[in-house]
Design a binder for this molecule. Structure first.
Ligand code: GAR
Length: 203
């Protein structure tokens, strides 16, 4: 029997992208079709709202609070240990960053190379880093969007797997633009993950 391909999702806050992925996994039968399951949701914040959604859906959760560790390396080492403990083979098939607001060390990224994904709320390579919507408005961009990408040691870089574009309206504030982009994130992130699962199931 092929082992289950475990997906571990990392969040820091609301977890709406995580919820979209969990819903897609259920509605599109990822377990039956690809042998894939959302095994756990891990947060660096104990009060991340998304943890409740995960628990209500019977998904294991864990918290690794970055404030309890003396260095990024020490935090990332514990994060890796926590993530890998959710997989009987010692490393999940995919680790999905979904609003996980920590910069990861090169050691962490190398450990999950090729199986670590992120969604960033801009049309990369424009606006890596923070305050993407405010910067897009200040620049007078007519379009904004989101990018799903493989994670490399360089922040918000790595092969793009999906992008979505939305208009920037003259009346937009960072919040209204963020909300418009977020609705698209909920579509492209599950779709990009499913494409990866389908591709690797076919090989
Ligand atoms: C999303 O817009 C995501 O793209 C962004 O945080 C939000 C999380 O929302 N991620 C980053 O900015 C990463 N640098 P969610 O918790 O509701 O999914």
């Amino acid at each position: 029997m092929t082992p289950t391909r475990n997906i571990v999702i990392l969040i820091s806050g609301g977890g709406s992208n995580m919820a979209a992925i969990v819903r897609a996994a259920q509605q599109r039968h990822w377990q039956q079709r690809y042998g894939a399951t959302v095994r756990a949701v891990v947060s660096n914040k104990a009060d991340a709202k998304g943890l409740q959604f995960a628990q209500q859906h019977g998904i294991a959760t864990a918290v690794v609070d970055h404030k309890s560790y003396p260095s990024r390396e020490a935090f990332d080492a514990e994060l890796m240990r926590t993530i890998d403990a959710f997989d009987p083979q010692g490393q999940p098939a995919l680790v999905v960053l979904a609003g996980f607001m920590r910069i990861l060390t090169p050691g962490f990224v190398a450990h999950y190379q090729g199986r670590l994904l992120n969604i960033h709320p801009s049309l990369l390579p424009a606006f890596p880093g923070l305050h993407t919507h405010q910067r897009a408005i200040e620049y007078g961009c007519q379009f904004a969007g989101a990018t799903v990408h493989q994670v490399t040691a360089e922040l918000d870089h790595g092969e793009y797997l999906a992008q979505a574009v939305v208009p920037v309206l003259p009346t937009d504030t960072p919040d209204t633009l963020a909300a418009r982009v977020l609705t698209q994130e909920h579509l492209i992130y599950p779709r990009a993950i499913e494409q990866l699962l389908a591709a690797s199931a076919a090989t």
